[in-house]
Design a protein around this ligand. Structure first.
Ligand code: PLP
Ligand code: SF4
Length: 362
């Protein structure tokens, strides 16, 4: 997954886009620029209660609002508990630091940096933080306190990380992440993919992004070509938490990636008041499958300061995933995981059902 702090302005390409892709790039960049980035504008745009205004202003100072119009359009007008609204509205609750165990760096990223903007926690795969900018500020984000101003901004700044990858023959896969890596132009991403493909020991290229969900127009023909057009096996991992996020335009965008030869996976975060019931999670899986995408992970919330009001107890999550397993094909059930600092992978949360350990017996 991918956050915003401090850096509200989208990264512009260093030169104007050219050729057939020009119009397509103008479209999504215009949508990105037009995103609501102000708590008052958000309250006014959605007609929310005045009583929420002060808290929204204060929480915006902790983690700035970003809310693009194509996502706002999927919020049901007047529904104060709308599952998309809850993901992007700053609430007074964010001023609470949370119970013991909540911190500013809950997943131990500050200790995993091998080069500027390059993290490695797990064998064989390294993660590149390509940008500190996102197309939406998700209020539960575990990177809400990440020092993005220190993260490399553009192609020249990626060089030290690329040299580190070149010198690490044990790496098979590079994950483009952020912020949101698809903030960069197709031209820059294509050049980066080609550069990675020239590193002989790499086999796979993965992208972690929420942009195809929140601004579906970001999935341009040139993007599909940039990510899928090298010898590396590509995968795009998107991030949607509720079926309402997957409207027609969004499903079409995911299907464009798949038709272009790029498998699409989804990761979701289990969130109180957003997707903490079995019917919602099942509908999310079904909508993903309809769009030719597969559920990948369901994440237990990382205990980041300011997000404690989103937490769902792990035991409840286990029951929800067991309920999904009882009604969906195996490939429609995400793996329920949490991140434990120092472990060699995300840690599956298994073992529902009292008698036989339930899904633990895989
Ligand atoms: C989550 C994560 C990955 C990817 O893990 P997978 O289980 O392969 O999806 C890689 N690097 C870092 C630093 C991560 O946090
Ligand atoms: S898209 Fe949302 S969850 Fe992902 S890094 Fe940005 S703010 Fe965090």
């Amino acid at each position: 997954m991918h956050a915003v702090p401090g850096s509200a302005a989208p990264v512009e390409p260093t030169s104007a886009p050219r050729g057939a892709g020009e119009e397509a790039e103008r479209t999504w960049r215009a949508e990105l620029r037009a995103a609501v980035r102000d708590p008052d504008a958000l309250i006014d745009r959605l007609g929310l209660p005045e009583a929420w205004r002060e808290g929204a202003r204060r929480s915006h100072r902790l983690f700035p609002v970003v809310a693009p119009e194509p996502l706002l359009a999927r919020i049901v007008p007047g529904a104060l508990d709308d599952p998309i609204l809850r993901q992007l509205l700053p609430l007074a609750e964010e001023e609470e630091r949370g119970p013991a165990g909540y911190s500013r760096d809950p997943v131990g990223e500050s200790g995993a940096e091998r080069a500027p903007g390059m993290l490695q926690k797990y064998p064989g795969r390294a993660l590149l933080i390509l940008s500190g900018v996102c197309a939406v500020s998700c209020r539960y984000c575990f990177r809400r306190h990440y020092p993005y101003d220190a993260a490399p901004a553009g192609p020249e700044a990626w060089e030290p990380a690329l040299r580190e990858i070149e010198g690490s023959p044990d790496l098979e896969e590079v994950i483009l992440s952020g912020g949101d890596p698809l903030i960069h132009s197709d031209r820059h991403l294509g050049a980066l993919a080609a550069r990675l493909a020239s590193i002989p020991h790499l086999r796979r290229l993965r992208v972690h992004t929420r942009l195809p969900i929140v601004i579906p127009a970001r999935v341009t023909a040139a993007l599909v070509e940039a990510l899928g057009g090298t010898r590396l096996a590509p995968t795009v991992v998107v991030h949607a938490n509720h079926p309402n996020e997957l409207d027609g335009a969004c499903c079409d965008a995911l299907t464009r990636l798949v038709r272009g030869g790029i498998p699409v996976l989804n990761q979701a975060v289990l969130l109180r008041g957003v997707n903490d019931d079995a019917a919602t999670l099942a509908a999310l899986s079904r909508r993903l499958l309809d769009a030719r995408a597969l559920p990948y992970y369901l994440h237990q919330l990382d205990p980041v300061e300011g997000a404690a009001h989103f937490e769902v107890p792990e035991e409840e999550g286990r029951r929800l995933v067991a309920a999904l397993r009882a009604e969906l094909p195996g490939y429609g059930v995400p793996t329920f995981v949490r991140e434990v600092v120092g472990e060699p992978s995300k840690v599956p949360i298994v073992g529902s059902g009292p008698a036989h350990g339930g899904e633990g017996a895989r």
